[in-house]
Design a binder for this molecule. Sequence first.
Ligand SMILES: *[C@@H]1O[C@H](CO)[C@@H](O)[C@H](O)[C@H]1NC(C)=O
Ligand SMILES: *[C@@H]1O[C@H](CO)[C@@H](O)[C@H](O)[C@H]1NC(C)=O
Length: 271
Amino acid sequence: MVTTAPANRRARQAIRDTWGGEVEVRGLRVMTLFMVGVTSDPGLGKLLIEEARERGDLIQGRFLDTYSNLTLKTLAMLGWARKFCPQAHFMAKVDDDVLFNPRALLHFLNKSRNPYEQGDLYLGRVHLHVAPDRDPDSKHYLPSGAYPSSVFPDYCSGTAYILSRSALLKISLAASASPLSTPLPPEDVFVGLCARAAGVPPEHCPLFSGGPYVPYGRCCYQAMVSIHHISPREMLQYWQDVHAPPPCSWLSQRASLGVCKVRAMLGTVLG
Ligand SMILES: *[C@@H]1O[C@H](CO)[C@@H](O)[C@H](O)[C@H]1NC(C)=O
Ligand SMILES: *[C@@H]1O[C@H](CO)[C@@H](O)[C@H](O)[C@H]1NC(C)=O
């Protein structure tokens, strides 16, 4: 499930032309759908209806599509997936500027657990001990009236995270039971709060980039599950290059993963 804004047509098309176009990976069925809200621009609304008719992969929630309503988008997405995807073993929530890699994810899941096991899984890049933003000028401002505690429960970065079917059910039920504060916490924090209420702990996986940019490296991108801050043009270009022969060996993937992690860390340090 890709959360996307009505105007981000190019990002959606780049995803359809790359990882979102995959229908079978390692013998398993995968499907990509886009979650949008309602736009106040009638011209854009018309384009969206056309796109939906043409592609059949858009889901529209009943809320105004704005940055501060992203948590409502996640709520709508969880409810929709709970209702309409009863056969899905896993759901990935992915932002539309993320290069996602279903193959690497299924490889990781297959290595780390029995894929058909009915356990709870809430997997991604885990943010630890994050404090609420109390700066009234920030777009993530959360007054203590809306969230009194001084720290959030640990949660997976909202850029990309995975929920198993049972975790999706529990978190989505906790979400519909929880009173909605105004303003709502950011969507990934909100999912973390619901997961805590549901007794589902977040699990960390280093193959999710989370916030920091990971400089391009062919073998590294082949191994990573999600990479953030990718423009539509880069997505097309990287996807093609990553899938061009020759395949990376296990060793060169490991080595390149180390190198690109270090480069990403240096990039963050150097600003
Ligand atoms: C999972 O791993 C097993 C054993 O290594 C392999 O036979 C199977 O094809 C893998 N399945 C997927 C979906 O990758
Ligand atoms: C969020 O969506 C609701 C329902 O459409 C709307 O009334 C509200 O104005 C939106 N909030 C913001 C901050 O855009």
